[in-house]
Design a protein around this ligand. Structure first.
Ligand code: G4P
Length: 282
């Protein structure tokens, strides 16, 4: 890990702007805060990726939240390309001071150099492929300046470092770990599906009232109810039973998690700016 961090510190010296992808469903939990130190002094762009999977209204709040903190923000669906074209304008905007400085010094047409970073599975490769498109040429090595690095020439103004920088999710709290596990970005084998599903049902029922009830055709909340008994009702409704007739809660839990990750429950955001502020992320 230390090696990866050193590599990124070296790469960052070569670039003007850090383009950081986060998952629009968990824009803060999927952000590694170490990058804020590593990228000090660089222009910063945040891409809220997978916007198709998140709640539009909450995503709009996150855009404003990050802008207030000095980031230039783009909302993107890298899979179908929505919003990807606009990223170029956002990068130009983020780099306008550098472009202006170059102009004053008589340097013309020096391309802006960008690097994509983000945690695994956030969509870096998909984004690069969509953003760069098929027509762009790889520029190859430029001795002296970018030794050993491959750059993708996006247009006459922008070059992109070919390999994205991989950051690791930072499990700063139990809450962050939970959110990363809900979206399926860490290995499920080490986690207990029932616990994950119960926590997820708790979150969804308290923020999107009625959604789970309608999806699974069960009574969503009963007096004295808990998310655990909601999971039992889902197991019953879906016929998740073990041989002796006992509820197969593991199967029901995996069903809920799979439905969530495939956006079959709905476009849902799993964190909100006001909750982040309560947790001390000012
Ligand atoms: P990474 O390089 O950051 O590790 O992520 P990668 O591009 O491999 O993307 C991880 C998964 O997320 C892929 O799905 C990819 O299609 C999906 N993805 C990326 N961007 C978006 C987006 O904006 N919206 C949606 N809905 N999905 C997105 P996969 O199932 O692992 O692969 P595949 O079946 O799509 O090939």
């Amino acid at each position: 890990m230390a090696k990866a961090k050193r590599q990124m510190q070296d790469d960052i010296k070569l670039i003007d702007v850090v383009v950081e992808l986060v998952d629009a469903r968990i824009p803060l939990a999927s952000k590694n805060p170490d990058i804020d130190d590593i990228a000090k002094g660089k222009a910063r762009v945040i891409i809220l990726n997978k916007v198709d999977m998140a709640d539009k209204d909450v995503t709009a709040l996150w855009k404003a939240w990050y802008e207030k903190r000095g980031f230039y923000v783009a909302l993107v669906n890298s899979r179908n390309g929505n919003g990807v074209k606009a990223v170029q304008d956002v990068i130009n905007e983020a780099c306008k001071e550098k472009i202006e400085r170059d102009r004053r010094r008589g340097i013309q047409n020096r391309p802006v150099r960008a690097m994509i970073v983000g945690i695994p599975n956030v969509g870096k490769s998909t984004f690069i492929n969509t953003f760069a498109g098929k027509s762009v040429a790889k520029t190859g090595n430029k001795p002296g300046v970018t030794k050993g690095k491959q750059w993708i020439r996006l247009n006459k103004n922008t070059e992109l470092l070919d390999t994205p920088g991989i950051l690791w999710p930072k499990f700063e709290s139990v809450e962050v770990g939970k959110k990363i596990s809900w979206i399926g970005s860490i290995n499920d084998n080490i986690l207990v599906p029932e616990e994950m599903a119960i926590d997820l049902l708790n979150y969804i029922t308290s923020h999107y009232s009625g959604l789970i009830g309608r999806k699974y055709e069960v009574e969503e909340s009963l007096p004295e109810d808990t998310a655990a008994s909601l999971l039992e009702r889902i197991a019953q409704r879906r016929g998740c039973l073990k041989k002796g007739g006992e509820f197969d809660l593991e199967r029901a839990a995996n069903l809920v998690l799979d439905d969530f990750r495939a956006v079959r429950i709905g476009a849902i955001s799993l964190e909100r700016p006001e909750e982040a502020e309560d947790a001390g992320n000012q």
